[in-house]
Design a protein around this ligand. Sequence first.
Ligand SMILES: [Zn+2]
Ligand SMILES: [Zn+2]
Ligand SMILES: [Zn+2]
Length: 763
Amino acid sequence: MSARLVRVRGLVQGVGFRPAVWRLARELGLDGWVRNDGSGVTIAVDGEKVAEFIARLPGELPPLARLDALEVEACGALPAGGFAILDSAGGAVATAIGPDAAPCPACIADLCDSAGRRWRYAFTTCTHCGPRYTVSRGVPYDRARTSLAPFRLCPPCAAEYGDPADRRFHAETTCCPDCGPRLRLIDADRRELPGDPVAATLARLRAGGIVALKGLGGFHLACDARNAEAVAELRRRKARDEKPFAVMGLNVASFAGLAAVGSDEAALFAAIEAPVVLCRKGAAELPGSAPGLAWLGIMRPAAPLHLLLWHEAAGRPAGTNWLEEPNELLLVMTSANPGGEPLVIGNDEALERLADIADAFLVHDREIVVRCDDSVVRAAPDGPAFIRRARGWVPVPITLAGGGPVVLALGGYLKNTVCVLKGGLAFLSQHVGSLDNVATVGFLEETVEHLLDILDIRPDLVAHDLHPDFPSTRLALRLAKAWGVPAVAVGHHHAHIAAVCAEHGVDGPVIGLAIDGVGLGPDGSAWGGELLRVDGAECVRLGHLAPLKLPGGDRAAREPWRMALAALHALGRDGEATAWLARRHPGREAAPLLAMLARDVRCPPTSSLGRLFDAAAGLLGVRGAARYEGQPAMELEGLAVGHGPVAALPGGYRVCDDGHLLDFAPLLAALADSDDPPGGAALFHATLAAGLADWLIAAVDRQKTSKIAIGGGCAMNAVLLDALRYRLAAAGLHLLEARRAPPNDGGLALGQAWVARRHAAGA
Ligand SMILES: [Zn+2]
Ligand SMILES: [Zn+2]
Ligand SMILES: [Zn+2]
C-alpha cells in the first residue's frame, strides 16, 4: 500500500534532478523509477521509507533545480529490484532549458586540481553549473541540440556522463581537454599567438592592452581596471566616454576600499547567476570606471575561462585556498557591442567588428548560440532589484497568479525585451537593447523566434506599445497578421504598473505611480509622471506631474540645460534667464530657446519625472548635456548619496486641481537659486519623495484601495525609493515594487502581456 507516483514540475530537466532522485531513493532503499516527461519529471517509489522520500525531496534538490509543484498519488505496488533512471517517456518533452550558471565549487576544485584531468581547463562544467541557455538551439535539452554537439565525448567523459552517481551524469555540456573545445589567443592580424593562451592574455592585460574575451553570452572587452591609461583608451576606442564600466574581481575582499559590499551585495556577488552588482563606491576610486557616479558595478568570474585569468595571476596554485585571498587583478569587463549594436558572439564577427577596439582576442570553438548580456542588479530591502535581467536569469519564468491564452508581447523602444505568457508562467527574454539600429531590430526578431522555439508554442494574442512607429510595434502587427491573431495596444505607463501587478499576483484595482523618462500617453502627449488607477485591462489617469515644456523636442531630453530654461520659463523668470544661463552654463545661448518657449513653437509638454530630474540637474549646474540616457539623474542620485539625507523643502510642492496635478515649481525655484549642488540634489530627492508620498496617500483615501505599485525607470533610483518607502510605511502603506523584472522599460513586455491577457478575459 506504500507505492506512490510523484509528479514534479518546475526547472527539473537538464539540472541533475533525476540523479538526485536516484541517490535519495537508493539511500532509502526504495524500488521504482524516475523519468522525464511532457510536464516535468515523474517518479514511482515503493518501500518502507516512501514518506521520508517525499518529505526530503524538496530539500535535496541540485543547485540549479527549481520546484514549482509536487503532486503525489497512490499507485499499484512496484516490483522489487531497486531504483532506475528510465529514458524520457517519449512524445512532447517539457521545454524548460535552464539559465547559464557560474562554475560550481566542485568544478572550480577540478580546475585547480593539478593532478586531475581538468587542471586549468576552461570548459569544465557539470549538471550544477555551466552554460545552458546560451548554447541551446532547441528543445528538448540534450547534447545534440547544443553547441557541444560536434565534440564527441572521450571514454572517461562518457563514463561520467553515463554514471548516475557522478555529478556529470547527463551533463550535456561536459567535456575535457581531450575531447572538448580549446582556447586560442589571436592578434589583430588574425594570427594565433604561441604559448599558453591564458598566460599570454594576462600578460597583455597587465601591459595595458585591450583584449576581447569570449564569455558565456557574448564577448567582453577587458582591460586592467587599475590602469587609468588603458581604461581611457578603451573608452576612446569604444566611443563610450562616460557610461559606467563593470569591474570583475576574484572575490569581495579584492574590492576592499573600492566598493562598500554589505552582506546582501556579497550574497548577490557570489550567486550562481554571477550578475553585475551595484555597490556604493568606497573611499578609493578606480580611474574612469564609473565617473561621476556613487555606484560601482562589480562581478565575479562568471565562467571558468575568466577564473583562469585570476588563477594565473595568483601563480597557478594547486588547490582552492587562493580563492579566499584578495587578488589585486581587477578587470574592466564591458559588453562588446560597438555602436550600441547587439553583443558580438561569433569568432569571425569579433575579429571584424572589434578590429578597431581590441588588441587581441581570446576565443574558442564552443559556439555561442544565443546572445545574452550580463545581468545588473542592486540589493534592495526585499531581495535583488533588476536593472537589467539577462544572463543567469533567462529563461527562468516569472510565476503568475493564473493562466490564460498564450501571449507574445514585443516591448518598447529603449532597453527592449520581449515576453511570452504560457499558462501560469511569464518568460521574459534577455535584454535586447535600444531599437535604434537595424542590427538590434534583427536581434529582436531572432529573440522572438528563439523564445517561441524553445517554448514550442504559437501565440493566441500579440501585445505592443501604443506608439505606432516603434519597430517592436510594427513587428507585433506583422506577426499578428501572419498568425491571424488579434493585436492589443497597451499604454506605456499602464504596462509599467501592470508588470508589477503581474509579478505580485495582484487582482483588482491598484493605484500606480509610473515615474519614467518618456512614453506615449493615450492622449498623444509624452507622459512619465503619472498617478494611475489600474484594474486589469483598464487604466485611468488620476493625476500627473505639472508639465514642463521640451524646448526643441527630443533634444531637450539629451540637454538638461534646455530643461533648466524651460523650468525658469514655467516659473515666470524669463527676464533673468539669460544672465542665469551665462552663470550656470557658460557658452549656451538663452535667447533662441526663450523665444521658442514664449511663442510655444517646437515645445511639446511632458509630465515626465525623468525630465524633471534633467531640469534639476540643469538648474544646479550639475550637467548641461547628457552623454548617455539617464546620466543626469544618476549623477544627481550620486550627489545626494554623497551629501546624506536632508529634510524636504517646506512648501516645495503643491497638490492642486483636486489631486490631479502635482507641481514641484517651488522646489525648482529653490534649485535655480542654490549654489550647493550636493545639498540641492539631496533636497530634490527628499522633496520629491515627500510630494509623491502625499499624492499617493491622498489617492489611497479617495480610491478606497490600499494597494499601491510603482514602476518606470525612475523607480531604480535608490535614494528616492528609500525615502518614499519610509514615508509610505509611516502612513501604514506598503509599496509593491518590481523585483522579478526591471522597473524600467526592460519590464514593459511583461506588463503588456499581462494587460493583453486581461483584455482577452474581458477584465
Ligand atoms: Zn560544476
Ligand atoms: Zn573528455
Ligand atoms: Zn518607460
